[in-house]
Ligand binder design. Sequence first.
Ligand SMILES: Cc1cc2nc3c(=O)[nH]c(=O)nc-3n(C[C@H](O)[C@H](O)[C@H](O)COP(=O)(O)OP(=O)(O)OC[C@H]3O[C@@H](n4cnc5c(N)ncnc54)[C@H](O)[C@@H]3O)c2cc1C
Length: 445
Amino acid sequence: MNNISLPVTKSFNCDVLVLGGGCAGFSAAVCAARHGAEVILADINGFLGGTATAGLVGPFMTSFDTEGKTQLIRGFFDEFVKRMEGNGGAIHPSKMDFGNSYTAYRTAGHRNCSVFDSEAYKALAEEICIENNIKLMYHMMFIKTDTENSRITSAYFATKDGIYKITAKIFIDCSGDADMAYAAGVPMQNSTETQSSSLFFTVGGVDKAAMDKHMLEAHNMEEKFYMKEIITEREQGRFPISRAKIALYESTDGSWRVNMSQLDNVDSTKPEEVTSAEIAGRKQIKYIMDFLKNNVAGCERITLIQSAPALGVRESRRIVGEYILTLEDISVGKRFEDSVFCCSNSIDIHKKGGVDYIPTKLKGAYYIPYRSLLAKSIDNLLVAGRCISADRTVMAAIRVMPPCFAMGQAAGTAAALSLNSEACPKNISVAELTDALIAGGVYLP
Ligand SMILES: Cc1cc2nc3c(=O)[nH]c(=O)nc-3n(C[C@H](O)[C@H](O)[C@H](O)COP(=O)(O)OP(=O)(O)OC[C@H]3O[C@@H](n4cnc5c(N)ncnc54)[C@H](O)[C@@H]3O)c2cc1C
């Protein structure tokens, strides 16, 4: 390995540095700031949202229990959705049925999804960060850390202006890929497989009445969803994509998101692999557009609005934390002393040739322990979002956006309590943390 040494052009200091402005990082930054911390939120993008906006992914998967009776993920997630709804950019999950245009006409696992528009998300997220005095630093590519005595002392970012250095007391890695944890030497879980990635895109010109009629009257909306047509088109060489179902979601802005591309075995930490996947994904869009126009009622006159600015990555690194949440834990709904939220999301593994979808059978909820957010071997590092310490199958359920918001709320709140009590995150009082989360609207039965 070549070790390059570059001069630092600017330095910054804060209490809490959050890496990554996706659902987890945004939530972590706001919740840390609301508890008195001075926060910097840094991202390579020029806007917030991560996969929710750069990936054009949506809707928010369920935040309710499997029967749609109780909202499990509340707190900051709920506040954000309600405010977005107030701006006309979302529909609250309590008002969302399933088997309709907003849920891609799906029923399984799509009860109480929450549709949102990505521009409404970006604008409101920034507004909330500014309200909470968070210093937003865009166009910052995290590259490395300095560590001393099992603590991160500073993080370094590549920018057009040279290398920026940020020192902080607590660091929260919400990069999705655990970039900061990895750079700081936190052990990662081994995995021989990686879920497929997808390049979302949006279309206009859907004839909703025709689509509704066709989907709701003429088709069994569940497992055999358009398989036959896709397989026929594939055999004729007109659909060279391994994804086998149609998935078209209406948004609040009148556009429709299409989740039908599939890029297998992409390592999102390798830019050359991501580049190839993005090029291949954009090529797939043409085939998908033709398929939709020729096979799906209501899509005859669709036009492409945009392909997602970034590839949607379902899986990459996961840290080894103080506790690795297991499939057994979530299957029985194990309640931990340090539970920080609960949810009911189903296991959803996308892979070449199909999807392993395992619906949650629990009537109640399963729980996520605080220890799964604590990085092993680094004392002042918390992790939230799609890279926490959970086994591969569990991550396939909790990687969706509402749980990522809840993880962020827990990590941000814990970071602030750690500063206030002068104890490292591992040693804060779990009772105080859960009290603070409940005061912040988190549902913890
Ligand atoms: C194809 C696909 C479909 C999905 N469908 C749904 C769905 O319908 N509903 C649902 O709820 N969830 C869905 N998900 C899951 C969900 O969108 C993501 O898992 C979730 O948004 C992850 O949030 P996060 O905050 O952990 O990470 P991300 O959203 O990935 O955010 C990470 C942020 O960190 C930044 N970053 C990363 N590395 C660096 C670095 N080195 N330097 C600076 N910045 C960095 C990124 O720019 C990004 O903004 C889907 C995911 C995919 C990929």
